[in-house]
Write a protein that binds this ligand. Structure first.
Ligand code: OOG
Ligand code: MG
Length: 257
């Protein structure tokens, strides 16, 4: 099996917003390490085409998310400049079956690297913490995948939006922050920061450890999405989503169409 070929097929589907069958159906020997190689090849393709790496996302860090997709391990993906939204308008162009989820984002001021990174190191390295939402969009049919498939597909990354307002890392107990996600006026999901590995800071610790094994690091200025606090909800043209973060205001997503 040629990993570059598998990667390129997935890349075309990501670029064109076309779904495909799980790659593990045809390549059943693929390992998780090879899946991360595929993820990296495709990000390198995007960087060669002029995009920029702006951060990392953790995925499947909450029980609700693990149960809903049937994968019980945390994963990471890479965030590109082209994925970032700068206002509430979400175009469905190039998306297959998008879903949205509330997240807490860390923005770094110092480099974080190594298998011995602790929560203390994360606080020392963090510039600010921000409410965020992620729009995920698996390229696989019916959003159905194994661990290997989803890692290769850059952890279903599609779009993300961070709030305008940043907060001091010490202003809130991030595990106790409550979140309410409404769609078209109806409450769809509720949760608290503690859903993310007990405390979102642990997600950044875990990311640093996972990256250390690959010789990668969280660089200054990068954003880290720590993982969905609740299950993700489907988005369709005309939907209006409001995500309320306790004491921190709201993030709106208006789906164009
Ligand atoms: C995998 C991505 C999960 C999160 O925050 O847990 C994720 C998926 O559910 O498609 O982004
Ligand atoms: Mg997410």
């Amino acid at each position: 099996m040629n990993l570059q070929e598998v990667a390129y097929e997935l890349y075309r589907h990501q670029q064109e917003g076309r779904e495909l069958e799980k790659i593990t159906l045809r390549h059943d020997g693929l390992t998780v390490d090879q899946a991360y190689d595929i993820q990296r090849f495709n990000i390198d393709n995007a960087l060669a085409a002029g995009d920029r790496l702006v951060g990392w996302k953790m995925g499947l860090t909450s029980k609700a998310k693990q149960v809903s997709v049937g994968v019980d391990e945390a994963i990471y993906g890479r965030l590109l400049h082209s994925m970032e939204l700068f206002d509430s308008q979400l175009s469905l162009q190039g998306l297959i079956h998008p879903r949205v989820e509330p997240e807490i984002a860390f923005v770094m001021k110092h480099r974080l690297a190594g298998e011995d990174v602790t929560a203390r190191d994360v606080w020392l390295a963090t510039e600010c913490v921000m409410p965020a939402v992620e729009v995920i969009d698996s390229r696989y049919r019916n959003f159905s995948f194994t661990l290997v498939d989803v890692v290769a597909d850059n952890a279903s990354s599609a779009k993300f939006l961070v709030a305008d307002q940043a907060y001091s890392p010490y202003q809130f107990a991030w595990d106790q922050v409550g979140v309410v996600m409404k769609k078209n006026g109806e409450v769809m999901q509720t949760g608290a920061g503690a859903a993310v590995l007990g405390h979102p800071v642990r997600s950044v610790v875990e990311l640093a450890h996972m990256l250390a094994r690959e010789g990668e690091a969280i660089e200054p200025g990068m954003v880290v999405l720590t993982g969905g606090i609740t299950e993700a909800i489907h988005l369709h043209a005309g939907d209006e989503v409001v995500v309320e973060f306790d004491g921190m205001g709201e993030i709106f997503v208006e789906v164009e169409g």
